[in-house]
Design a protein around this ligand. Structure first.
Ligand code: DAH
Length: 337
């Protein structure tokens, strides 16, 4: 009898503790449960303390049973606590005030350079030019040599270069940050046979001082068309149409002779801005040497190319007075677009 009497309180306590634990439905209730059953002055401690009054043979069995119960209750408590934290039951029901009026989240937007580039690319895409992207880190060979700008050519001085590795011992020359998107011309031509009709947008870099119309990083969109029978009329028609699309149908456009080593003849195109001519791009008929550099037959194929600066276009189109705004990350400027 005595032995069952000493176990009974333990199984009774187990039943009581398990029932109450499953009823505990808040962080407060869980804590009260812990204090009541597992606390220093709790019911289980009470039983353990009473063990001393039992006979030694009963004491061992009862002690083992009480300790087993302690382990069970502790484990059940931990499990319930974790589950209630996970389900958020430990948060007061009113932690989220659903009556608060909504606030409009601040909407992000596309950078003005991206916006103008997309508009420009749309114009060319609709004329049949496919967009391809190139790499900003470029080989000297593609940035200069393949474009008919040999190492001793003064045109290299016009494009002060940021070098990654200048003195590399390689047939491709050094590694640099491209100074122009024009290296996409030979890269694309090496990959495919004519006809070619591509535009290639991207960032360019030059090692130079900045001012209101010069940045050390800027974008360009390169254009290239190569086919049998392309003439200067195709170049002009394409660029006229582009200018009309971006600046409106009445905008006057002017071509002047200009020099770029990879075209012959070369031109620049300006648009009329309140009686002032502002240059927005360089262009020309692809130089026969550039064609033969990539294995195209210059007797059979002709082509035209152009390179246009989106930031320059945006300056005019939106009346921005300083090109440095584009990359200064000032929200007062950026949020106007
Ligand atoms: N890459 C030239 C520059 O950065 C711009 C340019 C001129 C590109 C004439 C062309 C071109 O494709 O035909 O100054």
């Amino acid at each position: 009898m005595t032995s069952t009497a000493s176990e009974d309180p333990i199984s009774a306590l187990r039943t009581e503790a398990v029932e109450q634990l499953s009823a505990a439905d808040s962080a407060d209730a869980l804590e009260s449960w812990r204090v009541e059953f597992l606390g220093r002055k709790g019911k289980l401690t009470g039983i353990l303390r009473n063990l001393g009054s039992l006979k030694p043979d009963q004491r061992r069995a009862a002690g083992a049973a009480a300790n087993r119960l302690k382990g069970e209750l502790e484990a059940a408590f931990e499990e319930k606590l974790t589950a209630s934290k996970r389900s958020g039951a430990s948060q007061p029901a009113d932690a989220i005030d659903v009556t608060l009026p909504g606030r409009r989240p601040r909407a992000g937007g596309l950078h003005p350079s991206t916006q103008i580039m997309r508009e420009m690319l749309d114009a060319f895409n609709e004329m049949g030019f496919q967009t391809v992207e190139g790499n900003e880190v470029e080989l000297e060979r593609y940035n200069f040599d393949m474009l008919n700008i040999p190492a001793d050519h003064p045109a290299r001085d016009m494009q002060d270069t940021i070098w990654i590795d200048r003195d590399r011992d390689s047939a491709d020359g050094g590694i640099l940050l491209r100074t122009q998107t024009s290296p996409m011309q030979p890269r694309i031509m090496e990959q495919q046979d004519p006809p070619v009709r591509i535009v290639s947008p991207g960032k360019c870099f030059r090692f130079e001082a900045t001012d209101a119309t010069h940045e050390w990083q800027f974008h360009q969109i390169e254009g290239l068309a190569v086919d049998e029978g392309l003439s200067f009329a195709d170049l002009k028609g394409t660029l006229y149409e582009f200018a009309r699309r971006i600046f409106g149908a009445d905008r006057k456009v002017r071509f002047r002779c200009d020099f770029f080593p990879f075209v012959e003849p070369g031109v620049d195109m300006s648009i009329d801005w309140d009686g002032r001519w502002v240059e927005i791009l360089g262009a020309g008929m692809v130089h026969p040497r550039v064609l033969s550099n990539v294995g195209y037959d210059p007797e059979k194929y002709t082509g035209f190319a152009f390179g246009v600066g989106p930031e320059r276009v945006a300056l005019l189109k939106y009346g921005i007075e300083d090109i440095r705004h584009f990359f200064s990350n000032d929200l007062r400027f950026l949020s106007q677009f």
